[in-house]
Each structure stands twice: as C-alpha cells, then as structure tokens.
Design a protein around this ligand. Sequence first.
Ligand SMILES: *Cc1c(COP(=O)(O)O)cnc(C)c1O
Length: 302
Amino acid sequence: MDDAHRRATRLRADEFYGRYANPTVRSFEEVIAELEGAEDAMAFGSGMGAIATTVMALCSSGDHIVAAKQLYAGTLAFLQGPCARFGIEVTLVDGTVPGALAAAVQPGRTMLVLVETPSNPRLELTDLAELGAIMGPFTVVDSTFATPLGQRPLEHGVDIVLHSATKGIAGHNDATIGVIAGDKELIDAIWGYGVLHGAMASPFDALNALRGVRTLGVRTAHQAAAAQRLSEWLEQHPAVTATHYPGLRSHPQHDLATRQMSQFGTVLAFDLAGGTDAVSSLLDRIRLVHRATSLGGPETLV
Ligand SMILES: *Cc1c(COP(=O)(O)O)cnc(C)c1O
C-alpha cells in the first residue's frame, strides 16, 4: 500500500498510469529540455494540445491574454472561440511592432503574453529579448517554425517555449505531438492541470519524435539552405511580387532574425502577381512539390 500510494501521489510518476507519465514520452521530454536549455519539458498529444492546456492551466475567467495577431490559425481560433466563451479576454496586437506587446499588458490582470516567431505562414518575427523583458505575465513563444536548433527563446528570458513537434522535430509527417519547455516549477504546475485535461502524448508518437530529433541537425540545415536558395530565386522571378523569408536581406526584420536566430527555418512564403487565379494555376501545374498541409517533413510541400 505504501508503494502504491507513493506512485499515485508523486508528480509525474511514470510507473503509475499512462496519462500521468510514460518512460518513452519522458525520454522525448528530456531531449527537448536539453535542446532548449530548460529545466524540464512536457509533451502533449498535439501542438494544439500544448497550447490549449497551457492557456487553460494558467488562465481563469476574468483574466487577460495579450497575443500577437501573427498566429497559426488554430491558435487564433482557440483564443477567439473557447477563451472568449470561458471569460478570458484576449487582446491581439501586431507582434512586429516594437513595444506593442508590453503596451497592451494590463498589470495585475494580464496572465499570459503569447507570440509565434517566425509566424505561420508569413514568417513575421517578434523580438524575443523584448518579450523576455516583460515582467508580470507568463511569456510563451510558439517556436515551431524555428525548431530548437534555430533559436532558444528561454535564453532571452521567455518563460515557456512551445512546439508543434508534429512538424520539424518529429520531421517525417508520421506523428502528431506537441511539447513545452521551461522551469520545472512552472511545467509541474501545468502538468497538474494537464493530467486532468488529458491531452497527453502517446508513447508511439514520442518514439517517432525521438527518432526525428536524431536527424534534426542535418535535416534543418539542409532544408534551411534550400529555403534560402529558393527564396533568393523567387525574389528575382517576374511573376512574384513578394518573398517572405527571414534569411533574405530584403526581409523587413532581417537584422532581428540575425540577432536571435542561428538558422532561418525551413519554410518560406511568396505572393504572386496574378493573385488568387495565379495561385490556382500554379498549384494545378506544380509537379515536384506535393500539395499538402504540414511542414518540416522530408517532402517539399506547398
Ligand atoms: C501546426 C502548428 C501548430 C499546431 O500543431 P498540431 O500539432 O497540428 O496541433 C501550432 N503552431 C504552429 C506554428 C504550427 O505550425
């Protein structure tokens, strides 16, 4: 009985029950914590599982969230739908404007400041040092587009770094998994809610994500080099009106990218002169590139 009681009441005991913790998932969490320079990490059943659990763990009815408007569509839908329904007010600001996030913080009421950099899908950046300097609310960075090798938000004073590991980290389009990393005390607190919310990572997905981490270095370096060459080529193309990639000298935040990123990422975006019709016609005729949702896998997708 003593042994059973100890297992059932210990934080994140991985020999009690799968939703509480699992040794394979734990290995993945330890690897991410090490890559991010964090005390600890916690994996979830998806990137959205990580985002929803983190928000619900830290915010209550009446609280306030400041978020950059440059966000993954699912994150934005979560902030504007369920958060509003649960009485959590959200203020969206332009995360590229210096000082905009800090100016929107309501002292004593803002619980969370959430940004995504580089943002999905237009590769806009938020200054990590500026975000890390905000005191009071918890600061969270969705770093999916950078991967843990492209930038280390915690070194800039940010509280939580978050990934959809479904993307570059697992890296083979065969896992759905999310992860957060930060100080142990904060991760333990989020686990305390998360174990009841139930969006835990499966050991199978964690295994695939661990497999992905082993080649993350060579994959992201190769993909970032390809993205750089492609964006330089697209930028010169007469049918392209704008190319968005932080590694381009023409990117409006290229200096910031150089300061806070060690790799500029594996995704680029571009605008076509002919608008929607031109996009449809390109997608109809494209041959080597797959038309599919996701990113960070071995195939080139559009
Ligand atoms: C895909 C994605 C998510 C959501 O991750 P899932 O694993 O699909 O739930 C969150 N943030 C960013 C930046 C993403 O690209």
